[in-house]
Design a protein around this ligand. Sequence first.
Ligand SMILES: NC(=O)c1ccc[n+]([C@@H]2O[C@H](COP(=O)([O-])OP(=O)(O)OC[C@H]3O[C@@H](n4cnc5c(N)ncnc54)[C@H](O)[C@@H]3O)[C@@H](O)[C@H]2O)c1
Length: 359
Amino acid sequence: MLDAYASIAETIDTAIAPEHRLPVAIVGAGAIVDVAHLPAYRTAGLEVRGLFDLDAERAKDVAGRHGVPNVYASLDELLHDNAVRVVDIAVAPQAQPDIALRALHAGKHLVCQKPFVPDEETGRKIIEVADRLGLKIVVNQQMRYDEGIAAARAMVEAGWIGEPTTLSFTVNIATDWTPWPWLVRSDRLEIMYHSIHYLDAIRSVFGDPVQVFCTGSRTPGQVAAGETRTISTLVFPGDVRAVVHATHENRTGDSEATFRIDGSGGSIKGTIGLLYDYPHGRPDTLEVNSLSLPTDGWLPYPVTRRWIPDAFAGPIGSLLRAVADGSEPYPSARDNLGTIRLVDRLYASMDSGHSMPMK
Ligand SMILES: NC(=O)c1ccc[n+]([C@@H]2O[C@H](COP(=O)([O-])OP(=O)(O)OC[C@H]3O[C@@H](n4cnc5c(N)ncnc54)[C@H](O)[C@@H]3O)[C@@H](O)[C@H]2O)c1
């Protein structure tokens, strides 16, 4: 069994080959750059040449604490740094499409954050420019690289649970949105900014659904304007189904963040460690119970990496490999349009009260 686990660990390794590494600059010096991007890139051996943020003091503080040598005075100055080959954009999402187009026209490969774009049309325009200029875009939907999720997906692909039938996420936590005023004001909240991770992770295992239903709601006394409790049901061809049940208004302190994949020949279940103490978190847990392997009941898989910061090396590592060998990054901007469409269809369902076809 340990030999079988070694093959899973090898499949999901996120180390970045030294010959693939290219200098990076980051637009935005906010919370996620501070706790995730910069620590992950340092561990991965990447050179971050500099940061730009509209809030110059914040950029200076973050750069100083992480040993980043330059704070650019403007986006133009960053884009004119010819040594920079990759621009990682991590700003409030409304500002991302314009910065992405400017960075592409300056000849830079891109790491974009979720949500990649407000609508598919905007995304297609950005992808068209990247294709024309021969540049690559990866979307940092790094839950695909979170070790518990990545190992679970590798086990499914290895056939350990037979034909997969159901994937479920159950998240019941207390989320303080107040450090992000733009999130507190947003009328689209839970699906757009949080469950988008689970939805993208589900797509990484099952592909695109054919029909979806979503209901979203609020809790008396909540601070945020948008929905904080959602239930999403995804129907895939045949008998495959997925469900995401997320609430951010747990008032009793007993956080729960679990996932489970069932199949015709076994099951995989785990916890999402990050959500038990955000953003420090703890490693995920993962167990597999397989009828085709000698597991004799539930057997733990030894998870040693965290969602934050470790999974953040995954998308940029894939981008750098794609630049080196001409492959598609994982997940590419083109792939991510499927996640954007899914989010859009779920809100259409939430607004109408009806289930929605994906076409
Ligand atoms: N796990 C994840 O993938 C994950 C987690 C958190 C946030 N995010 C995404 O990362 C992005 C940033 O989130 P955050 O938590 O760091 O937000 P934040 O509000 O803490 O920081 C955003 C920063 O962007 C700067 N900024 C805004 N517009 C700018 C512009 N035009 N040019 C330069 N700087 C600009 C702001 O001054 C601020 O410092 C968002 O898109 C968010 O959805 C992803």
